[in-house]
Design a protein. Structure first.
Length: 190
């Protein structure tokens, strides 16, 4: 009966340890890349969902008792730099922007909202994966934010601040991924 010597076992264990030392750092980098890839694809998918919601002319869940009222400005997504989430909103007052409506006179429903009498427009806050943040936005306003809205039937796409293309960059450590949307509705991951 033949068995392994102590030296043979030590050599095999050394080889396994060396391979593990090379593999573990790459495993962490691959996880970071996959998390960033998942987040950028989810962001692109959420842009498409906002567009499809506007195309279907869905009423907003904010107006439970006014079933035939579509938000005056359609649906959109709102982004802010250095945030770990973004907001799906119904543009109740038709200004093509996301409004907090947390002060002053307020409308009683999304259907009755006006620019000077807003209504809370947030439908859903969508969180990014852990350690992923919104990096640069293009274009961006003075508050480092960007809004993309969709209005039916085609839909008409509005980027605020005004531009023909909006770009959103996500960051994870030193890695970045960017998605863009133009006024024709083309969503592209770069």
């Amino acid at each position: 009966m033949r068995s392994f010597t102590l030296i043979e076992i030590a050599v095999v264990i050394s080889i396994i340890l060396i391979l593990t030392a090379f593999t573990l750092p790459n495993f962490h980098n691959a996880n970071a890349k996959f998390a960033l890839d998942r987040s950028i694809y989810k962001l692109s998918q959420d842009l498409r969902i906002a567009e499809e919601t506007a195309m279907s002319s869905e009423t907003t869940p904010l107006d439970l008792f006014v079933s035939d009222k579509f938000p005056q400005g359609g649906y959109g997504l709102y982004f802010q730099e250095n945030s770990s989430s973004y907001i799906l909103f119904a543009d109740c007052d038709g200004d093509k922007q996301y409004d907090l409506a947390d002060h002053g006179a307020r409308a009683v429903s999304c259907a009755e909202a006006k620019t000077n009498k807003p209504y809370p427009e947030k439908l859903k806050e969508i969180s990014l994966e852990s350690k992923i943040k919104i990096g640069t936005l293009s274009p961006k306003d003075a508050g480092n934010s960007l809004a993309v809205t969709f209005f039916p039937p085609d839909p008409t796409i509005t980027i605020y601040p005004a531009a023909s293309i909006a770009s959103i960059t996500l960051i994870f450590g030193s890695r970045t991924e960017t998605t863009s949307i133009n006024l024709n509705g083309l969503i592209e991951i770069q």
